[in-house]
Design a protein around this ligand. Structure first.
Ligand SMILES: [Mn+2]
Length: 434
């Protein structure tokens, strides 16, 4: 599962595997002391994606106290897509949190490096005259602002950058919003965090806890795990006659990689439990030796924390969740999720009644007006696809906002919808009949 697209390139890794300092590892402490409760808990949180208010609400509910020895760990994808990526990184830095790099964190630091390189080359060639960071970001695309759609790479932008865009608009926006200090902090995150649990405490986790963003392949030593797969994988494909029994895959598969991990751990004397995120579709996953914490806060569901504590000779854990406290990225159909033909038809039928009610945050749509077909970058998951521009219109809170040839249809066998950022637009994806 090596990166096949430029957008997936792995930003130079400072630390591949990091050990959590023992000072943060839960010990068997008395449940209270003279000065009140001593917590010293590990609080591991799934994909935050710039949802700062939700993270704050979750820490509040957990009763997080750094001065009592609580330590925050973030399972990657701290940034991108949500409303306040800088705020999330700020909070993580302020709390002295530990984190691992997610695929979106990786994309954002790549995009930031690209923006910097473009600026530098423009400066050198004398071509930079106080223009905004390039490639263009969708800053101007907030509600009621403009009818021009930045999702369609216009000729001017590519002429200026000298290259087509490698990342989604959301990635560039996030990269531009983060300070150098924040980007440096993100870039220094390890891909794997290892936590050796104290041998004098009994634990259902086994001897070792691992935090990664997406997953690990059973039967391969940590040192030999593939960096790209660690940040992207969701399932495993069984192989035969290969070095490893399994190949990691980004697709959801029939079951997640975690099921296989659990089966493998059952055969081992020394167990390792993996805490991960990245799989919003499956939401909270509680396996025997795997805990998936991406509970789709970005899409308006929940943000989850695994709270681990040492108490009475035991490592104990519980999951604490809050409902999303931020504006979710999309109200309605979820970003990137495929629509069945019948669902698509239902949406179109619904819209024919032109019932643009204020309770329905966003809409697109008009039936397809065939336009140019071209290779376009969709997002980090779908990468570059052969696409077709389609006619759309957008309504926000019931008001018509924009008419335009805006988004794209993938001209393969799927119908997909996409939405984008704070502009709350939903783009229609159409089926190519051939
Ligand atoms: Mn992810």
């Amino acid at each position: 599962m090596t990166p096949t697209k430029v957008s997936d390139e792995i930003f130079p890794i400072t630390t591949f595997i990091s050990e959590l300092p023992t000072s943060f590892v839960p010990q068997s402490l008395p449940s209270s002391s003279e000065n009140g409760p001593v917590s010293r808990r590990l609080v591991i949180v799934g994909d935050v994606h710039g949802m700062r208010k939700s993270l704050e609400a979750l820490l509040d509910k957990v009763g997080f106290e750094k001065r009592n020895g609580d330590h925050l760990i973030l399972a990657g994808d701290l940034v991108s897509k949500g409303p306040d990526s800088p705020g999330v990184v700020d909070l993580a830095m302020k709390l002295g949190a530990t984190a691992v790099r997610g695929n979106h964190d990786n994309a954002v630091i790549n995009a930031a490096a690209e923006i910097r390189a473009t600026k530098d080359s423009l400066l050198q060639s004398g071509g930079l005259t106080g223009s905004p960071a390039l490639p263009e970001t969708p800053e101007a695309d907030v509600l009621g602002n403009t009818v021009q759609d930045p999702e369609v790479p216009d000729k001017d932008a590519s002429a200026t950058t000298g290259a087509s865009r490698k990342h989604s608009a959301a990635t560039y926006t996030t990269a531009s919003a983060l300070s150098t200090r924040q980007l440096d902090w993100l870039a220094a995150l390890p891909l794997i965090l290892r936590i050796k649990l104290p041998p004098n405490l009994t634990s259902s986790f086994g001897d070792t806890l691992i935090v990664v963003h997406a997953g690990l392949v059973p039967g391969i030593p940590l040192e030999a795990q593939d960096p790209h797969a660690i940040m992207h994988m969701r399932s495993l494909v069984r192989t035969s006659g290969e070095e490893s029994e399994f190949k990691p895959a980004e697709t959801f598969g029939e079951e997640g990689w975690a099921m296989e991990w659990d089966r493998w751990q059952d055969k081992l004397a020394s167990k390792t439990t993996v805490i991960f995120g990245h799989d919003a579709k499956r939401r909270l996953q509680l396996g025997r030796y795997t805990i998936g914490l991406d509970s789709a806060c970005l899409y308006g569901h929940r943000l989850s924390a695994l709270v681990i504590t040492g108490c009475d000779g035991e490592i104990k854990h519980q999951v604490i969740q809050v409902e999303c406290a931020d504006e979710p990225v999309v109200g309605g159909v979820k970003h990137g999720e495929d629509l069945a033909v019948s669902e698509w038809e239902a949406i179109l039928a619904d819209l024919q009644e032109a019932d643009l009610s204020p309770s329905r945050v966003l809409y697109v749509i008009q039936p397809v007006i065939d336009q140019a077909e071209t290779e376009m970058f969709l997002d980090e998951e779908m990468k570059v696809q052969r696409c077709r521009l389609v006619g759309t219109y957008h309504s926000v809170h019931g008001d018509f906002s924009v008419l335009g040839a805006w988004r794209i249809g993938m001209s393969n066998k799927r119908i997909t919808n996409m939405a984008n950022g704070r502009a709350r637009k939903l783009g229609s994806m159409v089926l190519n009949k051939d």
